[in-house]
Design a protein around this ligand. Structure first.
Ligand SMILES: *Cc1c(COP(=O)(O)O)cnc(C)c1O
Length: 235
């Protein structure tokens, strides 16, 4: 069990650093959305953070998301969620049952786009999505290759029951987070370029515990932070 004081202390530290980095880049910190990534952490910890003002939580597995959401609902706690992990097509239908899962950040294939669109249509919904870009072209990671992003975007915006809101990326872990600044810069450039020429893309989700300060400096509008708030995950 994590101490309540520890959670709140770390949350405030993260918030301060987001503010600091935003100011350094001449940005307003109100423009930056914090997603507290609760995977592998308890509903109890989520409750503490929710009471401390965190509005949005992220999970990368559908079952874990549903379990925690149900548990918290029993305590009359309503959360907003972003789904941030690789989504299997046979799990899409479960997310559609959750009106409070308000974004899927990890659209990584055409087949998944078609499945989400089909299920959304059945449920009379329009689902906000981010396209996950494999910016480092890492063979072990999901995501659309940078040189295929434009073609992919042009194709998925034709689907009626999904709404593409922006781009997301997971960058490689490096000892020195400065090394990944060029990837964040490339993402920002791609967002701006596609936004200007193809389709409005207000959101850019990038930055995790190791590197969110650099991501904010480089233009992230959403940061997804787990460890720096919740502490280490025990697998
Ligand atoms: C786990 C996870 C995070 C948070 O990672 P931390 O390093 O713990 O901050 C962010 N994004 C995605 C997609 C994740 O799976």
């Amino acid at each position: 069990m994590v101490e309540k004081e520890d959670l709140i202390f770390r949350l405030n530290k993260v918030k301060d650093k987001i503010k600091e980095s935003a100011e350094k880049a001449g940005r307003k910190c109100e423009k930056i959305t914090l997603v507290a990534v609760s995977k592998n952490h308890s509903a109890e910890s989520i409750k503490v953070l929710k009471n401390a003002g965190v509005k949005l939580f992220g999970e990368n597995r559908v079952q874990e998301l549903e379990e925690k959401d149900n548990k918290l609902k029993k305590d009359n706690i309503e959360l907003d969620w972003h789904f941030i992990g690789h989504l299997q097509r046979n799990k899409v239908k479960y997310l559609m049952r959750m009106p409070n899962c308000n974004m899927i950040e990890s659209l990584d294939s055409w087949r998944l786009a078609k499945e989400i669109n089909k299920r959304a249509k059945k449920n009379n919904k329009i689902i906000p999505l981010l396209i996950e870009i494999n910016i480092a072209e890492d063979e072990n990671k999901y995501g659309i290759k940078p040189n295929e992003a434009e073609t992919f975007l042009k194709k998925v915006i034709k689907l009626d029951n999904i709404e593409i809101k922006g781009l997301m990326t997971i960058v490689p872990y490096t000892e020195d987070p400065e090394e990944i600044r060029p990837y964040f810069r490339k993402m920002r450039k791609m967002q701006q370029d596609l936004h200007d020429r193809v389709h409005p893309l207000p959101e850019l989700s990038m930055g995790m515990s190791n590197d969110y300060r650099i991501a904010v400096e480089e233009g992230a509008t959403i940061v997804r932070i787990g460890t720096a708030i919740f502490g280490e995950r025990n697998y």
